[in-house]
Design a protein around this ligand. Structure first.
Ligand code: PFF
Length: 454
C-alpha cells in the first residue's frame, strides 16, 4: 500500500527533536515571556505547567495516534482512519489552519532576521528606549524591508522542506535544536549573573496567587496549545513519519518537557535582564522587539562586547526557533498536496511556498500601508491571528480529542500507545478519562472565553 512505503524519521531521537522543533518557536521565546509578564509571573507558570501536562500532552498523544496509525499526513489521516465520514474535514481544517498560520508567523519570523542584522551592525549600541519604538514601528510598517526578510525566511523554510523528511526535516532538527539549547543556556547564564538579577528570578519563580483569576487560567491554556503546536496537524503529520518502535507517550512527554524548559529559560534570560535595568516586565508583545534590544547593552554597560554578543545571539536564537516551527507548518501542507493530489514533493512545496508568501505579503503590508483595509475592525494580520489561534485551533483540538477519545476503536488506540502491548502504560485509564472528558470541556472553555462569551 502506498501509505506504508513512505519515508520516515531515521531514529527515535530524530523524531523527538523534530517534534520539539515544531513546538519550540516564537511562542516560547516571544509570546511566553510577555504572557508571564502580563499575568504576574510564577503563578501563571504553575498553571501553565498544569495545562501542558494535564491537557496538552494527552492531546499531543492523540495527534500522534492519528498520524502514526494512518501513516498519512493530517489532511489524509482522518480519511484513512474513518473513510467516507465527515471526519476528513477535521484533517482539512488542520491543514488550512497550519497553512494560514505559516503565512503570518513567517512575517514575525522574518523580523528576527532584521534584528539579527541590526544587532550585528551594532546599531542597538547607545540608542535610547524611544529609538527602539521608532526602529520597530519604522521597520514593521516599511513597505519593502519586512517583505525582503519574509522572502528570505520562507525560502530558507522551503529549502529544508524540499530536501524531504530525513535529509531536510530530521537533519536540520538534529543540527538546529542542540544549537538552540546551547544558545539559550549561554544567554540564561549571562542574564542570571547580572547585578540585580535576583528580582527577575524571584518574579519568575515565586508565585503570587493573589494574581490568579479565570483569565490567567484560560490564557495559560491557550498559550500551552499554541506553544505545543497542537490542533494544526503538525504533530500528527510528523507522527506519520515515526517508526513503529517510537514510544508515543514518551515522545509527547519529552516534547512537553523540552518546550517548557525552553520557555522557562527564555524567561530566565528576559526577566533578570529587564529587572536589572529597571524595565517593567509587562510591556506586552513589544517586549522582545522594543524592550529587549537595549536591555543587553544597558545590562552589560561595563563590558559592551558581551552586550553586543548577547543581543546577536538572542536574535539568532529567535530565528532558529522560528525556523524549526515554520518547517513543520510548511510540511503539513506540502505532505497533504503530495499525498492527496500526487504532486511531486518539489511541486507541492513550491505551491505552499508561493501561497504562504502571498499570505505573508498581505499580512505584512496590513501592518503598514494597507492598515486601512480591515476585517471586522482588525487588520489582515490580526484577523488571521484571531481566526486561526482563537477559532480554528481550539475547534480542531476539541475535534481531535473527540475523534480519538470517542470515535476510534479503544483497542486500536491502546495498541498504538503501548506499541501493541509491548509497553506498560499504567496511567492509560487516566489518559483516556482526560481525553474523553477533561480535554473537550477544558478547550471548549478556552474557546468560549477567547470569543469573549465568558
Ligand atoms: N509551537 C510554535 C511556537 O511556539 O512558536 C508555533 C506553532 C508551530 C504552532 C507549529 C502550531 C504549529 F503547528
Amino acid at each position: 500500500m502506498r501509505h506504508n512505503e513512505r519515508i520516515g524519521f531515521g531514529s527515535k531521537l530524530g523524531a523527538i527533536l523534530a517534534a520539539a522543533g515544531s513546538a519550540v518557536g516564537l511562542g516560547n521565546i516571544w509570546r511566553f515571556p510577555y504572557e508571564v509578564g502580563n499575568h504576574g509571573g510564577a503563578a501563571f507558570i504553575l498553571i501553565y505547567l498544569g495545562c501542558v501536562f494535564i491537557l496538552g500532552v494527552p492531546i499531543m498523544i492523540a495527534e500522534f495516534v492519528v498520524g502514526r496509525k494512518a501513516k498519512a499526513s493530517t489532511g489524509e489521516a482522518f480519511n484513512v482512519l474513518a473513510p467516507k465520514t465527515p471526519w476528513k474535514w477535521v484533517g482539512y481544517l488542520g491543514v488550512l489552519t497550519g497553512f494560514l498560520i505559516l503565512g503570518y508567523y513567517s512575517v514575525v519570523a522574518g523580523w528576527t532576521l532584521e534584528y539579527i542584522f541590526q544587532a550585528l551592525s551594532g546599531s542597538f549600541l547607545g540608542s535610547a528606549e524611544g529609538d527602539f519604538v521608532t526602529l520597530f514601528k519604522n521597520f514593521s510598517t516599511h513597505p519593502l524591508r519586512p517583505l525582503v526578510c519574509l522572502l528570505v525566511f520562507v525560502l530558507a523554510t522551503h529549502w529544508v522542506v524540499v530536501r524531504g523528511v530525513q535529509k531536510g526535516i530530521e537533519r536540520s532538527s538534529k543540527l538546529l535544536m542542540p544549537l538552540l539549547f546551547a544558545l539559550i543556556l549561554i544567554l540564561a547564564v549571562c542574564a542570571v549573573m547580572l547585578p540585580g538579577a535576583e528580582k527577575g528570578i524571584r518574579f519568575l519563580l515565586q508565585p503570587d496567587f493573589s494574581k490568579l483569576d479565570s483569565e490567567v487560567f484560560l490564557g495559560a491554556m491557550g498559550q500551552a496549545f499554541f506553544s505545543l503546536s497542537l490542533g494544526m496537524g503538525c504533530l500528527s503529520t510528523y507522527a506519520s513519519y515515526f517508526g513503529k518502535e517510537s514510544r508515543l507517550a514518551h515522545t509527547a512527554v519529552s516534547v512537553g518537557l523540552i518546550d517548557t524548559f525552553v520557555a522557562v529559560l527564555a524567561g530566565l534570560i528576559i526577566f533578570p535582564a529587564a529587572f536589572s535595568v529597571g524595565i517593567s516586565p509587562d510591556s506586552g508583545p513589544s517586549l522582545v522587539f522594543i524592550t529587549l534590544p537595549n536591555i543587553f547593552h544597558q545590562a552589560f554597560a561595563g563590558i559592551p562586547l558581551i552586550g553586543y554578543v548577547c543581543s546577536v545571539l538572542f536574535y539568532l536564537l529567535l530565528a532558529l526557533a522560528a525556523l524549526t516551527s515554520t518547517i513543520s507548518l510548511h510540511e503539513v501542507s506540502t505532505a497533504f498536496l503530495h499525498e492527496k493530489f500526487h504532486f511531486s514533493r518539489i511541486k507541492a512545496a513550491r505551491l505552499v511556498t508561493a501561497g504562504s508568501l502571498l499570505i505573508g505579503i498581505v499580512s505584512s503590508l496590513s501592518l503598514g500601508c494597507w492598515s486601512g483595509y480591515q476585517i471586522a475592525g482588525l487588520n489582515f494580520f490580526d484577523a488571521l491571528d484571531f481566526l486561526t489561534a482563537k477559532i480554528m485551533l481550539p475547534l480542531s483540538a476539541i475535534l481531535i480529542a473527540i475523534f480519538v477519545g470517542w470515535y476510534l476503536d479503544k483497542r486500536l488506540v491502546k495498541d498504538e500507545i503501548t506499541n501493541k502491548g509491548s509497553l506498560s502504560m499504567p496511567l492509560y485509564p487516566v489518559y483516556s478519562f482526560i481525553l474523553r472528558y477533561v480535554a473537550p470541556v477544558g478547550i471548549t472553555l478556552i474557546f468560549i472565553n477567547e470569543l469573549g462569551w465568558l
